[in-house]
Structures are given as structure tokens and as C-alpha cells.
Write a protein of this length. Sequence first.
Lengths: 284, 250
Amino acid sequence: MRISKSKKISEEIAKVCMCLAMLIVFGFVFSVLWTIFSKGMKAMSWDMVSKLPGGGFYIGKEGGFLNAIVGSLYIVGASTLIGLLISIPVVFFLNVYLKKGSKVAYLARLAFDVLFGVPSIVYGAFGFTIMIFFGLRTSLLGGIIVITLLIIPIFIRTMDEATRNFPRDILDASFALGATRLETLKVVLRQIAPGIATATLLSVGRAIGDAASVMFTAGYTDSIPTSLSQPAATLPLAVFFQLQSPIPEVVDRAYAAALVLTVIVLALSITGRFITNRFSKNKV
Amino acid sequence: MSIEVQNLNVHIKDNHILKNVNVTLPEKQITCIIGPSGCGKTTLLRTLNRLIESTEGVTIEGKVLVDGQDIIHSGSEVTELRRKIGLVSQRPCPLPMSIFDNVAYGCRINKMFNKRRLLIYQVQKNLKAVGLWDEIRGRIRTPASRLSIGQQQRLCLARSLAVEPEYILADEATSALDPISAKTIEDLFVQLKEQYSIIMVTHTLRQALRIADHVVFMYLGEIIEEGSAEEVFNHPQQELTKKYLSGAFS
């Protein structure tokens, strides 16, 4: 009787602790969103997202930060595409071409884990060194290269996790029908489609929100780049530069930029989940 | 048209899994490979279509002659070999696609038909052959994972048959199924033996008794006894076979 009572009490305590932890997380998410929305909405207007910075923008006059929105989308779009094109073959090689327990696969995974943990400022510094070596200036291309390097480990590790749990029987089923490993890629892709969607969301989230790596590589400009060799503004840097201003109107614009950044990430998450659900209908 | 195994030795890292295996698997019959767990039945089966090669640290010595050609060392095309030797695995394993695409998959990769009409006919024919057509008609484009486990296993059999193999390997193909589905698969094998040579690994002696024409008994990587089902089950020559059949070990 006493044992069952103590079990009940410990169960209750655990439940309360879990609810508290949930509340802390929810509270945190809500307060972040509240701060961004309440402060950002003050400066938010159609001009803010549809116009380039006008004369006197940085002292609170007219214009918007379309340059940063477009710059961010250029960099994230291109680096996500390149990242996917590089990561999918790597994941496929690790899981289908290499045999189970392969030392090469072990070393590769170790390397990607290390790269996964490298801070983005280090990528920025690395990118900067490479650019100096090749005589490049801060440019859209520099930003795309560094962000691609930054997100490749995220892509690979996330997709690799999804593929490692891939039922070996499915591969055997495909091989047993006379499929080559390359032909089996189609089967693998269908099965890990939700994993690819998750990896893309995580990568895009990291890529679009990172300020440190693009600061030295993409630079900042008030115009929209028309070629890869021109510098590109990004939303995180728009937040970073404007938040330092002593002028309250400019600080509010920083929050408006943060709001746009958050809305883009939220929209991508929701679209990603929708696509994931569509793709996972065939998953076994 | 038969499979002949000569002096086959398979090592996986330091383990000697198959020890000097010599056996001829007759055509257009059901051959049941029986024996206790870990005796090398599945390894032997996976060597016949060279799926064993995907295992890390495997070395294969000896010959496996399929239609007179050594498949291990002749540098023969593995994809063509696997098309010729279908596999039904222990657990049903539908591919992550629709029912139709599952059956069509093998035909497509082997570029068997250049007209869609012929492909559709092939899919229908094989779904009918495994008795699945009437059950799934009208939802052939739905994901295969929505079928019941028994239906999934019949789908896997249809998928193997669709590439027009000559041999079918079945690795405990009924062990994950309920008794009724298992019986359906067994009956299918009995029907199919007129057109295909079936090599089946089974853990269930009663199943082997019901359907086997030829029996191979393995123990610790060696073939202890083989012969017609009648000979092995009714007049076993080896002491180990007698003990196994009497249930002294399993």
C-alpha cells in the first residue's frame, strides 16, 4: 500500500516537472515572438518590405530594407540548392555504396560532426581567407560559398540520420530485382523524403539567420546585387547594423527586419511540413 | 537449368559460415533448406543471388553454377543474375511507392516493356497470379504500405514474378505472417513450382513436410543430408538429421 502511494507521488512530481519545463519553453517562444512582433510592428509598413533604403534611411527617414530581404533569399536559395546537390550524393555514398561498419563512413561521420559544431564566425573567417587568396571582394558569391559550407554538415548529418534508419531490406528488395545502386537512389529518395525536408528546413533556418559568416563574405549594400560579384545585404546584418543606432526609429526598423526574418522562417517551416506530409504518404 | 553449388566456403570476417557446401538444387521443384538457427541457411540463399556481397568482410570460395555458368568468379553481370533469381524475404518489404509502381519497378529498371499498355498488363497478370488483384482493384495507385502484412508479402511475390525470373528464393517467407496468409503463400508456391524452381529456407519442419519436393538439411555451416523429401523425412540416413527431425534440437 505504502509502495503504491510513493509511486503515485513520484509520478505526480515527474508530471509537474515536465509541465513546468513545457511552460518554460512555451513562455520563451511566446516572449520572443511577442517582443519581435510588438516592437517590429511599430516600424512595419509596405514601404519597409518593398523599397530600398532611401536617402537618410539610417537616420530614420524614408525607404525600406528590400535589399536585405532579396539578398538573404538569393544567398539562402542558392546555397540550399548547391548544399542539397552536394549532400545527397554524400549521404547516398555513405549508406548505400559503403558497406555497413565501413571505416571510411565512420571517419566521414566524425568529420561532419566536427564541422557541424564549428561556430559560424569561424566559417566567416575561413571564407574571408579564401577570398583574399583568390583576390575576391565581399560579394554575393562569397556569401553563397560560405553559407553552403556552413549548411552542408547540417544537411548531411540530418539526412544521414534519416537514412541510417532506412530498412536494409528495402535496399535488398531493390537489388534483388536487378537494380543497380544508382537505380536504387530513387527508392532511397522516396523513403527519406521527409528527412530531406527536415534537413532543408534546419539548413535554411540556420542559413537565413546567420550574421557572422556573411559579415565578411557577402558584405552589405543598399542596393540589390545584379551579379555574383557584387556585395549583398542580408536580413541578420540589417538587424545587426540598425540595432546599434542611437536613433529610436532605426532601432524599430531593426525589429521590423527581425519580424520579416521570423515570418520567412515560419512560412518555410509550415510549407516544409506540408510538403513532408505529402511526400511521406508512400513511406513504409 | 539448375543451380549447382561446388565446394562453397563463405567467411564473414573470422567466422567460417559455410563449410565446403556441395549441393545441386533441382529445377521446377520446391527445395526446402532446413536446419537450426545460425546454421548458414540464409547465407547460402544470399550467396545464390550474390546479395551476400553487400556484407562487410565477406570472402567467397568455390563455385555456384547457375545454368552452367559460375556466377561468383566469372565476372558475370550481377543485375542480370538477380533478375533471373527472384527473392522473397522474411518480412514483407514493399518499396516506398504505390502498389502499381511496386510491381512495375523491376520491369522498369530492366527496361522490359517499351509500351505502357504492356507494362500495365504485366502488373495485372502478376497481381492476379498471387491472388491480390481482386482485393486491391480500384486502389492500385495507393501506397503499398497500406496493405495488410499478408497482402504485402503477396505483393512482394508479385513484384519478384513480374521480372520473369527462373528461380525464386524465399527466406522464411511465411514466418512473419498469420496462419491464413502463410497458407496462401504456401499454396502459391505449390502452384508456381510448375514454372519456377523454388528454393525456400524454412524454420518450420511442418511447412517443409507439406510442400517440399527436395530437402537440404544444414548444421553448423555444413550440409548434413540432402535428397527427396520422402527420403529425408521418412528414411534419414544421418544421426543428426534423425535427431533434428525428432525435435531433439531446433
